[in-house]
Design a protein around this ligand. Structure first.
Ligand code: ATP
Length: 311
């Protein structure tokens, strides 16, 4: 017997609910199209991504691949054109303006690459950290806010900068204070767009350590967009984005001797699409079509056979 319309609807709803389950971040077929002067740019082309609560994930990809667009969507700064984007159960497409403000103030914390964009220049580090609590009406009274700001600065190794104004700190110190600012309202998620981009390698390491500390000690989920191998090679999972889609994932784990083993995977979406690495395709001159063969434990991918020519 054919299923009724309501049975089909129930099935579709079940399938929709199943994707991502209770993952902390769910992006399902996410699309973001920018329109400027009649020209459309598809920055995200059906991106799928799941991140669990408490993960520390790096996002990498060539310039223009859509990394910042994704981060802007997750931070609530930008609204996607279509698809699903959900963080901690909050649907980022259907939020009211009021909910968006609340989301940006208390669910996510954001760190920009430009140190100057993260902090107010004319107040101290401690006052910078107190400010988001004050604006959100959180953190108790002035005394409690002051105490929390001090604790966060200590945790991130910049307790001695508490009474210094922004220009009186190094770039790395400013970024660590920026992490404290982002953590002020106890967010569930920290997003950082190239947080070590303007720093030398030693200072980058201190900033990355501060993010790792926030992740491990406070249990905050951390997503970092980066070109910095120091960051992308030290997280448990690195997600590669190509042409507005997740294309690869590198997972790292320690073996029995404590050596870190990194394995790179291509991402398979729900309808079976995957992106072959461009250098693999170039090496075998694969274009337009490939031949697939199902083996007992893998699928073989071969360049298409040469078409016999007429002459
Ligand atoms: N506000 C905008 N208006 C029009 N097009 C935009 C806008 N923002 C981004 N784009 C375009 O969307 C695409 C993705 O940009 P995005 O900034 O997300 O890439 P990215 O991977 O972060 O690059 P980069 O590493 O250079 O920062 C690019 O083609 C970019 O030109």
């Amino acid at each position: 017997m054919n299923p009724t319309l309501s049975e089909l609807e129930a099935k579709a709803t079940r399938q929709k609910a199943a994707f991502g389950g209770d993952a902390h971040i769910v992006c399902d077929n996410l699309v973001r199209i920018y329109k400027t002067e009649g020209v459309e740019v598809v920055a995200l082309q059906g991106l799928d991504l799941l991140i669990d609560k408490g993960e520390l994930v790096a996002i990498v990809g060539a310039s223009g691949s859509g990394k910042s667009t994704l981060l802007n969507v997750l931070s609530g700064l930008d609204v996607p054109t279509a698809g699903v984007a959900r963080v901690a159960g909050t649907d980022l497409l259907s939020m009211s303006a009021r909910d968006r403000l609340r989301y940006r103030r208390s669910v996510v914390g954001f760190i920009w690459q430009q140190t100057a964009r993260n902090l107010l220049p004319y107040v101290t580090a401690r006052e910078n950290v107190e400010l988001p609590m004050k604006l959100a009406g959180l953190g108790g009274g002035a005394g409690a806010r002051r105490e929390r700001a001090g604790e966060l600065l200590e945790l991130l190794g910049v307790g001695d900068c508490a009474n210094r104004k922004t220009p009186e700190m190094s770039g790395g110190e400013q970024q660590r204070v920026a992490i404290a600012v982002a953590l002020a309202n106890s967010p569930q998620l920290i997003l950082a767009d190239e947080p070590t981009g303007e720093l030398d390698s030693e200072t980058s390491e201190q900033v990355f350590d501060a993010l790792r500390k926030a992740n491990r000690e406070l249990g905050v989920t951390v997503v970092i967009v980066t070109h910095d191998p120091l960051v992308s090679e030290q997280v448990d999972r690195t997600v590669g984005i190509r042409d507005g889609r997740t294309s690869s994932e590198t997972l790292r784990r320690a073996d029995a001797e404590g050596q870190i083993i990194a394995e790179e995977y291509a991402v398979l979406d729900r309808v079976g699409r995957l992106q072959l690495p461009r250098d693999f395709m170039n090496a075998l001159e694969m274009e337009r079509r490939v031949r697939l063969e199902l083996e007992s434990d893998h699928i073989g991918v071969w360049p298409a056979r040469e078409e016999p020519s007429d002459d």
